[in-house]
Design a protein around this ligand. Structure first.
Ligand SMILES: Nc1ncnc2c1ncn2[C@@H]1O[C@H](COP(=O)(O)OP(=O)(O)OP(=O)(O)O)[C@@H](O)[C@H]1O
Length: 247
């Protein structure tokens, strides 16, 4: 079982090299992005998320929509454990996996094989688990003998194949994504698509941020609309996308 339970969760970023003199001592909504203001000590703060409350349960396929700076990435980072709430309670149960940046940790000087271990460790896999799966990962990536060459000798597509093959080995209970991963040339894309569908289907809770109405309609059964860091709407995809995208 997996669970995400937020009660009045806010995230503030204190900004240390900006002057708060022109800002009022309260938080204001600006045209785009989160809210900007100064705290009691006169320090500038960006309020990226404000008072979010919701519960995600097994089976929830949640799409996050909102304009630039609305707080989607901040919420995903909060869920992945990169950020902590500045206030409120964020309760999470279940193993969290993120496909937010699949190239994270890839070292251009190391070989493809070494990078599978490095990336695997970042995904929380034990060395033995990587060893058990490495042949399958290499086969999936179709890199052949290049797997023992440094990654700096790879093309962009080869680099992405490697990152994709290793990153999609894990099957987390809570899966976080900011785009539907689509990598490689025509042939590889079909395989990658099938693998992504399998990863998404096997997860208990999916949270995906997207600007694509089609993706949200195909993948999600619930949509959260964030506006200036606040929850504007939480409902079924048809209703929320109609309100957000129009029509
Ligand atoms: N590290 C940071 N320091 C200060 N402010 C930040 C930081 N990260 C995000 N913000 C602010 O938080 C707000 C929300 O940003 P976030 O990246 O979460 O938006 P988003 O919805 O993902 O936007 P986009 O669709 O443009 O990617 C913005 O006002 C942004 O300026």
């Amino acid at each position: 079982m997996a669970l995400i339970d937020f009660k009045n969760v806010s995230v503030d970023f204190p900004i240390y090299n900006a002057s708060g003199r022109s800002l009022k001592k309260h938080i204001m909504q600006v045209a785009t992005g989160g809210q900007l203001g100064a705290n009691d000590q006169g320090r500038v703060i960006v309020r990226a998320l404000e008072n979010l409350s919701f519960t995600f349960r097994d089976g929830d396929r949640v799409g996050l929509v909102g304009h630039n700076g609305a707080g989607k990435s901040t919420l995903l980072r909060l869920l992945s454990g990169v950020y902590e709430p500045s206030s409120g309670i964020a309760r999470m149960e279940g193993e969290v996996g993120s496909l937010l940046d699949i190239s994270l940790g890839i070292d251009a000087e190391a070989t493809g094989r070494e990078n599978i271990y490095i990336r695997g460790a970042l995904l929380g896999l034990k060395r033995g688990e990587v060893t058990r799966q490495i042949d399958e990962i290499i086969q999936f990536s179709e890199l052949g003998d290049f797997v023992d060459m440094p990654v700096r000798t790879y093309s962009t597509g080869m680099h992405m194949r490697l990152a994709f093959a290793v990153s999609t080995v894990v099957r987390p209970q809570i899966l976080l994504m900011d785009e539907w991963l689509s990598v490689g040339d025509e042939g590889f894309r079909h395989k990658a698509e099938a693998r992504m569908t399998e990863v998404v289907q096997s997860t208990n809770i999916l949270v995906i941020a997207s600007h694509s109405r089609d993706l949200i309609m195909h993948t999600c059964n619930r949509v959260i609309w964030l506006e200036h860091g606040k929850l504007r709407m939480d409902g079924d995809p048809a209703t929320v996308t109609a309100a957000y995208f129009g029509g």
